[in-house]
Write a protein that binds this ligand. Structure first.
Ligand SMILES: O=C(COP(=O)(O)O)[C@H](O)[C@H](O)COP(=O)(O)O
Ligand SMILES: [Mg+2]
Length: 488
């Protein structure tokens, strides 16, 4: 006997009333939520539409980035939905800005597939950034639990092993990007590589947009670059390298190029961020398997990381890239031509290099993070830097960095070798002054002038670039001047 629709019974509670009910009421807001050690945490900067309650906006973000849709679905009852719902548990107004809020959201670890950045990002930055209820949204930071980190390989080589392989310690690595970025033939390209390395650099590198264009196919570049590397290494008695960019249209092409780079004796190859998270993870696994160092150029990142109210902070990319397994990543210079506030950059560097970081709000680190023994990624400082800034670079960025001067090497009036020598001498004299206990930041310009007395190329570099700097207001700056001592 069939029942009439009216007399059927079903589980009834306020939550399962059909229709549209607020996300906060659906269980995506829980002010009393107790964070589990295994939870993945995210901090979003939310700019709600006028009239939208910030708590509801935060709950909506939690909902849409985990299990919810816009209406109640009874099929929730077939799942462990109380566990799987992400919980917004805290909302704070952003200091000194009207209508922006920091929303903290916790996600159960079982919402994510092990070892997959693609799966993590499909939730965390999947649909939510297009939500009509928020005017703008920015992912500021994440806390990855140790249990989850253990499912990622991490850097293929890591800073410590890279230093051992290179046999270079106690100073930043020195590099340069071949310029012009596009147009050189293989033969001339190889000459630039040779000259730079011969002049004293550790690395030359391909630029982000050199792949396999009509004027120089990738094999020609690889062969001539390695000729330059081998000749310069043999004459210097030092290990040197050139980052061969294996970025290509397909994974098959990238593997082919990477294999060839290894076959011709390169110790390092390179990819661009634009190849995507899955391709990056594949290349990192390849690099570990073949004992190659893997350099990542963050090409494209500023399309989503630069504006303060929308997109995602670069520190989140740093976290994902450490998990994905690259060995190098461009992370800012402070003093150069591209975006970079000193405190923000310190936060990026610490994220890449430390085993454990505490909350540090002036550096934009909203969560304490234990890195579960994932190796250290070497930050790369590149973009509009020159020898005259060496004291500032050493002060802001420390030893564990690759300093890369493209224009600041190749643009030297006496030639590429002279440009490289100027940088090597500037660096070594600054490191020596620091190690002798001198106030090298204050005395920096004098230290460089003194070194230039016995190094013509450095004198020329100082005369040419003088105190060129790029003083523009940063778009991405900290909201806090200090970390409150109260529990956060
Ligand atoms: O080609 C260069 C630098 O050339 P140059 O040294 O001549 O300025 C790099 O692509 C940028 O540094 C990338 O920027 P970022 O490192 O910020 O991602
Ligand atoms: Mg470039």
């Amino acid at each position: 006997m069939s029942q009439s629709v009216e007399s059927r019974t079903r589980i009834k509670s306020e939550r399962y009333e059909s229709g549209v009910i607020p996300y906060a009421k659906m269980g995506y807001w829980d002010a009393d939520y107790v964070i589990k050690e295994t939870d993945i945490l995210a901090l979003f900067r939310i700019t709600p539409q006028p009239g939208v309650d910030p708590i509801e906006a935060s709950a909506a973000i939690a909902g849409e980035s985990s299990t919810a849709t816009w209406t109640v679905v009874w099929t929730d009852l077939l799942t462990a939905c109380d566990l799987y719902r992400a919980k917004a548990y805290r909302v704070d107004p952003v200091p000194n800005v009207a209508d922006q809020y920091f929303a903290y959201i916790a996600y159960d670890i079982d919402l994510f597939e092990e070892g997959s950045i693609a799966n993590l990002t499909a939730s965390i930055i999947g649909n939510v950034f297009g939500f009509k209820a928020v005017k703008a949204l920015r992912l500021e930071d994440m806390r990855m639990p140790v249990a989850y980190l253990k499912t990622f390989q991490g850097p293929a080589t890591g800073l410590i092993v890279e230093r051992e392989r290179m046999d270079k310690f106690g100073r930043p690595f020195l590099g340069a990007t071949v310029k012009p970025k596009l147009g050189l033939s293989g033969k001339n390209y190889g000459r630039v590589v040779y000259e730079g390395l011969k002049g004293g650099l550790d690395f030359l590198k391909d630029d982000e947009n050199i792949n396999s264009q009509p004027f120089m196919r990738w094999r020609e570049r690889f062969l001539y670059s390695m000729e330059g590397v081998n000749k310069a290494s043999a004459s210097a008695g030092e290990i040197k390298g050139h980052y061969l960019n294996v970025t290509a249209a397909t994974m098959e092409d990238m593997y082919e190029r990477a294999e060839f780079s290894k076959d011709v004796g390169s110790i390092i190859c390179m990819i661009d961020l634009v190849i995507g998270y899955t391709a990056i993870q594949s290349m990192a696994i390849w690099a570990r398997k073949h004992d190659m160092i893997l350099h990542l150029h963050r090409a494209g990142n500023s399309t989503y990381s630069r504006q303060k109210n929308h997109g995602m902070n670069f520190r989140v990319i740093c976290k994902w890239m450490r998990m994905a397994g690259v060995d190098h990543i461009h992370a800012g210079t402070v003093v150069g031509k591209l975006e970079g506030d000193p405190l923000m950059i310190k936060g990026f560097y610490n994220t890449l290099l430390e085993s454990d970081t505490d909350i540090n709000l002036p550096q934009g680190l909203f969560f304490a993070q234990n890195w579960a023994s994932l190796r250290k990624v070497v930050p790369v400082a590149s973009g509009g830097i020159h020898a005259g800034q060496m004291h500032q670079l050493l002060d802001y960025l420390g030893d564990d960095v690759v300093l890369q001067f493209g224009g600041g090497t190749i643009g030297h009036p006496d030639g590429i070798q002279a440009g490289a020598t100027a940088n090597r001498v500037a660096l070594e004299s600054m490191v020596m002054a620091r190690n002798e206990g001198r106030n090298y930041v204050a005395e920096g310009p004098q230290i460089l002038r003194d070194a230039a007395k016995t190094c013509g190329p450095l004198q020329t570099a100082l005369d040419l670039w003088k105190d060129i700097s790029f003083n523009y207001t940063s778009t991405d700056t900290a909201d806090f001047v200090e970390t409150p001592t109260a529990n956060i």
